[in-house]
Design a protein around this ligand. Structure first.
Ligand code: ADP
Ligand code: MG
Length: 215
């Protein structure tokens, strides 16, 4: 369970961006966050992940599986993020991109995890390919599995589907939500597209005043 309690974020000059955001996402649940451009959705995810710009200040409490995380450095929060630009390293092969995310372990074990991720992505034959030779959908699957290889306990998705072709989006959405459910981790999904909301999923909206509204 990922829990946000009374999160407030302000700009450097004190202007409030987000005023009182509280929400919870249960294990395996994807909660969708919508709201106008510039309302602070990405900033909220940055705050949770631990890399909010120093141009902003924030208060509130964030717990993951009952433990406070805000005092932890980003790399110890066990939270993965996925952006609309998948940011695969262009100079590395698909396999190297995946291996990069596998935690420290004996090499054979790391290799086995990478191979499993390749198989999960349906890309067994693509290990030695550079990312630019993959289709958009293949890259999206690699990016998701790379994020999950770090064995995060929560996933933050910042408009991850918005650059995909329309006919691909449904497939990649289903792929993403299936993995979130299978790993039983909570996820927050920021999107502008109502069609991205998982079936029966909860939707919260950040209003222009920075408050949260359940819709
Ligand atoms: P959203 O994701 O909802 O579109 P953001 O969180 O990206 O909104 O941005 C919220 C506001 O903060 C915007 O006015 C944006 O210009 C500003 N902002 C975003 N990043 C920075 C930064 N690094 N430094 C200063 N202001 C920023
Ligand atoms: Mg944003």
């Amino acid at each position: 369970m990922l829990s946000l309690q009374d999160i407030a974020i302000s700009m450097a000059d004190g202007t409030p961006l987000i005023t009182a955001v509280s929400l919870e996402a249960a294990a395996g649940e994807t909660v969708t966050l919508m709201g106008p451009s510039g309302s602070g959705k990405s900033s909220l995810l940055s705050f949770i992940g631990g890399d909010l710009t120093s141009a902003m200040t924030a208060t509130g409490r964030v717990t993951l599986n009952g433990k406070d995380i805000l005092h932890l450095p980003p790399e110890r929060r066990r939270i993965a993020r996925l952006f609309q630009d998948d940011l695969l390293f262009p100079h590395m092969t698909v396999a190297e991109n995946l291996l990069f995310a596998v935690p420290m372990a004996p090499q054979a074990e790391r290799h086995a995890k990478m191979q499993q991720a390749l198989a999960d992505a349906g890309l067994e034959g693509f290990a030695n390919r550079p990312p630019h030779t993959l289709s958009g959908g293949q890259r999206a699957r690699v990016a998701l599995l790379r994020a999950l290889l770090a064995e995060p306990q929560a996933l933050l998705l910042d408009e991850p589907f918005s650059k995909l072709d329309r006919d691909l989006r449904a497939t990649i959405r289903a792929f993403t939500f299936d993995h979130i459910r299978a790993r039983a981790i909570p996820a927050l999904l920021v999107t502008h597209d109502r069609e991205d909301v998982p079936a029966g999923g909860r939707v919260l909206e950040i209003t222009a005043r920075g408050e949260i509204r359940h819709v």
